[in-house]
Design a protein around this ligand. Structure first.
Ligand SMILES: Cc1ncc(COP(=O)(O)O)c(C=O)c1O
Length: 380
């Protein structure tokens, strides 16, 4: 098999072997249903609650503020739908470049419950206009929820989280932030941050797929969206994905143990990629704020490459050469409408856009190989 380079870590990440080990151990020893009162159930429940305490501890939340879900999408849905159904939200302020897990859910809330949607302006680089957010908040006459992602999954733009949360609180608005791309990559102190809802999907941080969590501030009383048993303190019915949850807790533990080291390593790789692209393709441009060191997520670089006869097929050719990247968001393949994020930016002439997204498992060698292949493709 030829060389394989995985640069699509914003779509999903490889599972850390230590996570696999932790999951395998519980698969082998903990088959009990955490809701059963006998020994097997109590033991499984112990692992479940230990995982909750671990996760809560890592973000300085309280264990009862963590609700396990099937991933980021469900957590986003729960935050938004519950806000409308249970917390009296009549107006949602969001941006046009949120993930579809947020935008489509908000639209569904508008269709079903007639809530008002307000889009906050973004500037030409895709950064949220906080002055406009303030104006929209000042105009609020009914209970408002602000839903803005911490880092955009396509262009990496970061939202100043504390400033945004403080602004929302000042205007008595609820604040939901999708941290699916940033959980485990930045520290979160929920004791300090005035965030009401925050979401995570474990597979973006070297954990398993199909599991995530919603942080929900403890004073907010929401009803379950799935009905049945009284799992998750009555907030989400259904037997818990114990193996996934244990894996997620382990993945988050590793991420925060090694945070400084991996941040520096990945930041360095991204800087190297920028440098190499600029050296070899002088008119390369970077979409959104993805090349801005302090204002973008260090795992994502969205580049606009020169036009070539292969423009349409660039990703395909890279794939043939063993390099996995993405054109926009790969979260829902099969859509051919182009990226709603890139479409919202003034990108000028149509050129091939590639999202390179990195993880702790990438090396300089991966970047060298990618540049070498790109050069080959542009020469042909
Ligand atoms: C920003 C963002 N939010 C939500 C999701 C959905 O998360 P999940 O795949 O865990 O459902 C993704 C990616 O898939 C994402 O990048």
């Amino acid at each position: 098999m030829g060389k394989k380079v995985y640069l699509d870590n914003a779509a999903t990440t490889p599972i850390d072997p230590e996570v696999i080990q932790a999951m395998t151990e519980v698969m082998q020893s903990e088959f009990g249903n955490p809701s059963s009162t006998h020994f097997f159930g109590r033991s499984a429940k112990g692992k479940l609650e230990q995982s909750r305490r671990t996760i809560a501890g890592l973000i300085n939340a309280q264990p009862r503020e963590i609700i396990f879900t099937s991933g980021g999408t469900e957590a986003d849905n729960m935050a938004l739908i519950s806000s409308v159904k249970d917390l009296g939200v009549k107006r949602i302020i969001t941006s046009g470049i949120e993930h579809h897990a947020v935008l489509h859910t908000i639209q569904a809330c508008a269709d079903a419950d007639g809530i008002q949607i307000k889009l906050v302006k973004i500037n030409e680089k895709g950064f949220i206009d906080l002055n406009h957010l303030q104006t929209l908040l000042e105009q609020s006459e009914s209970q408002t929820l602000v839903s803005l992602m911490h880092a955009n999954n396509e262009i990496g733009n970061l939202l100043p989280l504390k400033e945004t949360a403080d602004l929302c609180k000042k205007h008595n608005a609820l604040f939901h932030t999708d941290t699916v791309q940033t959980m485990g990559h930045y520290p979160f102190d929920m004791g300090q941050l005035k965030i009401d809802f925050l979401t995570c999907g474990a597979h973006k941080l070297h954990g398993p797929k199909g599991v995530g969590f919603l942080f929900k501030r403890k004073n907010l009383n929401i009803n379950p969206l799935t009905h049945g048993g009284s799992q998750e303190a009555g907030k989400r019915a259904g037997t818990e994905n114990l193996y996934g949850i244990v894996g997620m807790a382990k993945a988050l533990e590793i991420a925060y143990e090694q945070l400084d080291h991996h941040t520096a390593q990945i930041q360095n790789l991204k800087a190297y990629m920028i440098e190499e692209l600029q050296k070899n393709f002088p008119d390369v441009q970077f979409n959104g704020g993805s090349a801005e060191h302090n204002r973008s997520l260090y795992t994502i670089l969205n580049a606009q490459l020169p036009r070539t006869t292969k423009s349409e097929m660039l990703l395909f050719h890279l794939d043939i050469m063993g390099i996995a990247t993405s054109g926009g968001s790969a979260c829902s393949s099969g859509s051919n409408t182009g990226s709603h994020v890139l479409n919202a930016l003034p990108l000028g002439e149509s050129r091939p856009n590639i999202r390179f997204s990195f993880s702790k498992y990438n090396s300089h060698d991966d970047i060298d190989y990618t540049i070498q292949c790109l050069k080959k493709l542009y020469k042909q």
